[in-house]
Design a protein around this ligand. Structure first.
Ligand SMILES: [Zn+2]
Length: 208
């Protein structure tokens, strides 16, 4: 299994505690410490003659790859909450993600229009994004059916119905945008600083 905290795979070896019967199930609690991050994973399992139900109790949701420190809090906060609620409410998650997307487009890409649909259009027109990332941003409009649900575009934080897979897709695209706008430039900056230090030590002029 994959640890829902750190996403590292390990051999499943859960301990079981019997709880009790209710009118539907026989309930057990299953738990295991992740060998990698040393955090506990707790599941509640209900068994009956009709089948088995399993709920992840702790952590609350399956985390995605941890976000780099290079992503500023202003932008990462909505994303983190969108990850947290996606299992319980894909609608709420998608609303947070759309708002986050709009903040990035306005605050980082510098595109400001009356609605998200037009902002995506303008962002793509600038041809500043790598093709694959641009295509996935564009797919947000198509997958979210913005034409039929204009409120998604005009009032990004509004809770409205989502298409299957839409909430996950939004998170995937946000991750790609974070990487492009924040992580890659920061990494490149750090490498350049290292190089310039070496050049300086060798008595040579720095690169820009
Ligand atoms: Zn772990």
């Amino acid at each position: 299994m994959k640890c829902p905290h750190c996403l590292i795979s390990f051999h499943e070896d859960e301990a079981v505690r019997n709880l009790t019967d209710d009118c539907d199930f026989f309930w057990t609690a299953q738990y295991q410490i992740c060998p990698a991050c040393k955090k506990i994973i707790v599941c509640l399992k209900g068994k009956s003659s009709f089948g088995v139900k399993k709920f992840l109790v702790y952590p609350k949701g399956i985390s995605r790859a941890p976000l780099s420190q290079d992503v500023p809090d202003d932008f990462s906060q909505d994303y983190k909450e969108a990850c947290l609620v996606i299992n319980d409410s894909p609608k709420a998650s998608a609303a947070l993600s759309r708002r986050c997307l709009q903040n990035i487009i306005r605050g980082v890409a510098g595109v400001k229009k009356s609605d998200l649909n037009k902002e995506i259009e303008e962002l793509l027109d600038t041809k500043s994004l790598p093709t694959r990332l641009a295509d996935s941003v564009d797919a947000i409009r198509v997958l979210g059916n913005f034409a039929a649900h204009p409120i998604k575009s005009t009032n990004t934080g509004e809770i409205v119905d989502v298409e299957p897979g839409e909430a996950e897709w939004l998170l995937d695209v946000l991750e790609g945008l974070f990487d492009f706008y924040f992580v890659q430039p920061a990494e490149l900056g750090r490498k350049r600083d290292q190089l310039n230090k070496k050049l300086a030590d060798a008595g040579k002029p720095p690169i820009k």
